[in-house]
Ligand binder design. Sequence first.
Ligand code: 13P
Length: 242
Amino acid sequence: MTKLLVANWKMNKNGKECLEFIEAFKAKYSGKRVAWIAPQALFTKLVINSGIPSGLQNCSEHINGAFTGEISARTFKEMGGDFVILGHSERRQYFMETSKLLNAKVKTALKESLKVVYCVGETLPEREANQTLSIVGDQIHQGLNDMSEATSENLIVAYEPVWAIGTGKTASPAQAQEVHAFIRGELKKKFPTFGEKIQLLYGGSVKPDNVEELLGQKDIDGGLVGGASLKAQDFLALCGDK
Ligand code: 13P
């Protein structure tokens, strides 16, 4: 399976910086690994225009109506958008998004023909209390409950241990692989016909100097990257283009 690298730019980069990145990235990108970018929502069109698959970092569970300030998956699809990241720990933590709400968002996005990168992951206290697998299992089962629209093409799952995000602390390849193998097993039970083929991304301080070892693990099919996706040089390195 070709590895997939998803850049999550969070609330970073102005328009000029987006365009500079795109130009530098496209000049050297070979396509050896698949690259997607989720910029701030207001700049998704710049990425769409570049031909690189473009994503939102969140969307509404509703399609349209009186929901001031929300972004519709349907509108984004109509604009040429490709995917949406849902359930990022920053959304769960700062915006109180529960797995139940995320389940509604995932369903809406899939119905509107967007691909979904659904994120799960435990906090440090949860890991220390030996709850990693039960927390991640609950996030999978609640967030991906009753998914008639899901396929191995449109659903991607990202494991991002919260303690490894933006901290420089990466899960060791063995720690990441253990959770990925668990997620793979849960997805196989949940989706017997295609669960095995769902792409699983690791996120949390993925950098050029640890990416190969992480992507070398059996159940790690790619990365969801914050900090190291902000520099074209570094993201190119993650994509295998030095
Ligand atoms: P960092 O790569 O900066 O640790 O962020 C990971 C992340 O949150 C990607 O969604």
